[in-house]
Design a protein around this ligand. Structure first.
Ligand SMILES: *[C@@H]1O[C@H](CO)[C@@H](O)[C@H](O)[C@H]1NC(C)=O
Ligand SMILES: *[C@@H]1O[C@H](CO)[C@@H](O)[C@H](O)[C@H]1NC(C)=O
Ligand SMILES: *[C@@H]1O[C@H](CO)[C@@H](O)[C@H](O)[C@H]1NC(C)=O
Length: 484
């Protein structure tokens, strides 16, 4: 989502359209009398409670939107609960920030080297290679070849590399099996549904009992310390609202399909066991990461959403997006939603081993302010450009394969927005060991990445390996008892 005045106005209007009918119908239909509350049925009490919230919302909404529409996007009433969450998230982002990003980029690269060497060694030296596990990148290699992956699901939490490397998701918690794909009650979600799972307190490892298609009625508001693990089932999020990670930490999303996400009007939505509140319209991103950190998105297949496939905004950091397969979409990955929001300087994101495939147009990613390590991805299609940005972001592009489209005007991998060359020439955008095909070219700028000279820079595995490293991107078809 990019913040534009027009959109905020539209969202303000649309939220009113939601509130108004609620306000007009509910209270008068139910003989609402404040003094008879204790005699009311449970159903009436719920309606009364909701009515109170709606009334409060109407009073506060105008105020909140007028004060600061940007920092509180989608939150209708920025009450103490949300204020508290926002404050905590801001502090936690500073802690999650890595002052030596080169340590993280170097570590990922050396792990990749090791796996590719090990692959040869295992085969020849030990003579025990059972094949055909084709896990060739270090994240996959950590768990995928284990035929007992289904019994060792939480092993996955040890496998993340890159800036999201401290993410453990629901590792410390129990399992929650989603059995019911429905999503009908936003305030009191039914046990067995995903919406019920993601609001639970404490860490939780969420799996799926069987194949299912989930159409989210409103944005799915997640809480901290959760894993959504789609392995072993074919789980499709289809034509529904977005998944929202707002002011939270420590989430793994793995092995699902997200297609056709659409905007939703908002309304009352529960965001934790203890709290629900009014939400304005959501954008229709695939996944929206907002003021959140320690997030790992792995092996997710995404296409055709209304807004971005993944948005990383509002000082989110410590994020890894890996092994995903992206197709048929215009604005693919947006990191930093506003040229005026300099708090995004804290943003550090790793984009590794993904396949940017058919039908993509631009923003893979588009970056503001932060530091992005784009490594060993396979870019087989784009229509306008691959990597773009504004506001002096740092981009370290290593070991990717870039295949330019046939259109002559679109061979350039990079695109700088809203700045003359005199300004962007000092932005650190570096390409190292990338493989350029069909006339692709990367316009570098700035010097070598900031403090990288003080370390032994580990070169990435070259771009010639990118297709091999990303061969099994997207949601996998994992079968119990077999390597995945
Ligand atoms: C980063 O790397 C430097 C140089 O190798 C090392 O001294 C430092 O301890 C590392 N920092 C972290 C946080 O790993
Ligand atoms: C594996 O070993 C062969 C033969 O020594 C070598 O040519 C090849 O490059 C090695 N592959 C990798 C991925 O290291
Ligand atoms: C998430 O887990 C961490 C580590 O156990 C804990 O410190 C934190 O309070 C948890 N957060 C929430 C919101 O439960």
């Amino acid at each position: 989502m990019e913040f534009k005045t027009k959109r905020i106005f539209v969202s303000f209007l649309s939220s009113f359209m939601v509130v108004l009918p609620l306000y007009l119908n509910k209270p008068f239909e139910t003989n609402f009398k404040p003094f008879s509350i204790k005699f009311a049925s449970i159903e009436d009490q719920i309606i009364i409670e909701v009515t109170m919230k709606v009334l409060k919302t109407i009073l506060l909404l105008g105020l909140v939107v007028a004060i600061s529409p940007i920092a509180k996007a989608n939150i209708g009433v920025f009450d103490e609960v949300w204020q508290n969450r926002a404050e905590k998230a801001k502090k936690a982002a500073q802690i999650a920030y890595e002052p030596n990003p080169e340590n993280v980029t170097n570590n990922l690269n050396s792990q990749t080297h090791k796996v590719l060497e090990g692959y040869n060694n295992t085969r020849r030296g030990l003579g025990k290679y059972r094949g055909p596990c084709l896990a060739t990148n270090p994240i996959d290699r950590c768990w995928r070849c284990d035929p007992n992956w289904a019994r060792n699901r939480k092993k996955l939490a040890e496998c993340v590399l890159g800036f999201g490397r401290k993410t453990t998701g629901g590792k410390a918690g129990r399992f929650y099996v989603v059995t019911d794909p429905s999503d009908n009650d936003m305030v009191n979600p039914k046990p067995g549904t995903l919406r019920h799972a993601v609001i639970q307190k404490g860490p939780l490892w969420i799996t799926f009992a069987h194949d299912m298609v989930i159409r989210l009625n409103q944005e799915l508001i997640m809480t901290s310390n959760k894993t959504i693990d789609g392995r072993g089932a074919d789980v499709h999020f289809f034509n529904g609202a977005q998944i929202t990670l707002q002011f939270i930490q420590n989430v793994i999303i793995h092995g699902i399909h997200i297609r056709g996400s659409v905007p939703a009007n908002g309304g009352m939505i529960r965001d934790s066991v203890d709290h629900y509140g009014f939400r304005t319209r959501s954008d229709g991103d695939g996944i929206s990461i907002f003021g959140s950190h320690n997030i790992w998105i792995d092996h997710v297949s995404m296409s055709k959403c209304s807004d971005g496939l993944i948005d990383v905004i509002q000082a989110s950091t410590a994020i890894t997006i890996s092994n995903c397969h992206f197709t048929y979409h215009n604005d693919v990955l947006l990191f930093g939603g506003s040229d005026s929001y300099s708090d995004d300087k804290v943003m550090q994101v790793t984009v590794a081993f993904n396949h940017f495939g058919k039908g993509l147009v631009q923003r893979m990613p588009r970056v503001r302010w932060g530091f992005v390590h784009v490594v060993n991805n396979d870019y087989t299609h784009w229509l306008m450009y691959a990597i773009g940005g504004s506001k002096n972001p740092t981009i370290l592009s290593q070991g990717n394969r870039f295949i330019a489209p046939d259109i002559n005007a679109c061979k350039e991998v990079t695109k700088r927005d809203y700045a003359p060359k005199s300004e962007w020439k000092s932005w650190n955008w570096r390409s190292d060991n990338d493989l350029m095909m069909n006339g692709a070219f990367f316009v570098q700028s700035g010097g070598p990445i900031a403090s990288i000279n003080s370390y032994n820079v580990v070169k990435a595995k070259p771009g010639t390996y990118a297709s091999r490293l990303t061969r099994l991107s997207g949601a996998l078809n994992c079968i119990e008892g077999k390597p995945c």
